[in-house]
Ligand binder design. Structure first.
Ligand SMILES: Cc1ncc(COP(=O)(O)O)c(C=O)c1O
Length: 384
């Protein structure tokens, strides 16, 4: 027998997914790959073209042979969290014991967890503009409001404490920092990070610090707000540093009361990161680091090639101090992107990363040196 509610004409109504998700776009970057032809050179992708170093792959084979294929503790295997704790202390001057660390399914999951655990409906979260696409999306999924902080090319796209201070209101709950930055490659300096950390403390604001490109710098050292304030939630991982994007492994470190809330999201979302990926991460963090130096050295060579060629062609391009992207000024990014595609080069419109990026394009130099050379030859044919 039908109840009153079922008898109503609800059956005629469309059943719709949640509005907060419907308002979000799928990644523009992924879309670009779908339209490009087989001969196209893809400078759109944000992942190193190197093979994962051998000793890391071997650790996975060993873990499989040992039958290490079951759930791990929710926070991740203790050995890995101990190694991360040591690393944070030695390299970042951050004191977090293994209990204050959660191993996550990529920095992507860590960002999602932070948004879910920290943001209430209607909270404002300051984000860099241009900035990584996921920031806007994860905040909206949590029904928060992303508030862009526009970054300027004349300041090398660096966020200053003054930029942050100007945007803080009573609704500001958190700020996302990303240094080195995707898409601009800018690296924030220590003094500015210290000032922003003080602002966060004075105004009771969380800092979500995405440090995934920490090791990919070309002379400028990375610094973390985790050194200065306990309001900082530090996100770092293995995807970019060790060419391990497919392993989906990263971590988050924060003070204990925040970790407890983050763990709830992690536990009910993924239970734990993949057991064998955690073993791979352990081999990466404890093993020889010369593989990282070699990759960064090669990125630098490619960066110099790309920046040099773009400037020669008249596309104004700063030499980025970190990550593996250039972000040249092209005036009309849409026109540039379509002309580049006609010449079989895939780049991403700066607009995808926020309004302040709309006159730029992002080109990744995680493609090979030879590919970059050919791509630049092809771009030389563009006339706008
Ligand atoms: C700034 C930034 N944060 C986070 C991520 C996600 O990294 P992961 O592969 O660890 O999920 C990316 C990937 O492109 C990124 O560029």
């Amino acid at each position: 027998m039908k109840n009153e509610f079922q008898k109503s004409n609800r059956v005629d109504m469309m059943i719709n997914p949640a509005n907060r998700v419907k308002s979000i776009q799928l990644s523009q970057i992924r879309k670009m790959f779908e339209v490009c032809s087989e001969n196209a050179i893809n400078l759109g992708i944000g992942e190193p073209d190197f093979d994962t170093p051998l000793h890391i792959r071997q650790a996975v084979i060993e873990s499989l042979d040992e039958g290490f294929t079951h759930y791990t503790s929710n926070k991740g295997i203790l050995e890995l969290r101990e190694a991360i704790s040591k690393k944070l202390n030695a390299e970042n001057n951050i004191q977090k014991d293994p209990e204050s660390i959660i191993v996550t399914v990529g920095a992507s999951e860590a960002l999602y967890m932070c948004a879910q655990a920290l943001i209430n409906k209607g909270d404002d979260v300051l984000i860099p503009d241009p900035g990584f696409l996921a920031y806007d999306a994860v905040i909206k999924i949590s029904e928060g409001n992303p508030i862009p902080i526009p970054l300027k090319m004349e300041n090398d796209f660096r966020m200053s404490a003054e930029d942050v201070e100007n945007k803080i209101t009573s609704k500001t709950k958190a700020i996302i920092l990303n240094s080195p930055s995707n898409p601009t490659g800018s690296v924030m300096n220590r003094a500015e990070i210290k000032k922003i950390s003080k602002l966060a403390e004075d105004n009771n604001i969380f800092i979500i610090s995405d440090e995934i490109y920490e090791k990919i710098t070309y002379g400028t050292k990375h610094h973390s707000p985790g050194e200065f304030t306990d309001n900082a939630i530090v996100i770092n991982g293995f995807s970019k540093t060790y060419a391990m994007t497919g392993f989906r492994v990263a971590y988050v470190a924060a003070r204990d009361d925040i970790i407890e809330e983050l763990l709830k999201i992690h536990q009910y979302n993924t239970a734990c990161a993949s057991s064998i990926s955690q073993k791979a991460a352990l081999a990466a963090i404890e093993g020889p680091q010369n593989c990282v130096d070699e990759m960064v050295g090669e990125f630098k060579r490619r960066r110099d090639l790309m920046v040099g060629r773009l400037n020669e062609m008249g596309w104004e391009c700063k030499s980025p101090e970190g990550a593996f992207y250039t972000f040249p000024y092209v005036e009309d990014s849409q026109e540039f992107i379509s002309k580049a595609l006609e010449n079989e080069v895939v780049a991403v419109s700066g607009k995808a990363f926020g309004k302040a990026g709309s006159e730029h394009v992002r080109m990744s130099y995680a493609a090979s040196y030879l590919e970059i050379e050919s791509a630049m030859d092809r771009l030389e044919k563009i006339n706008i």
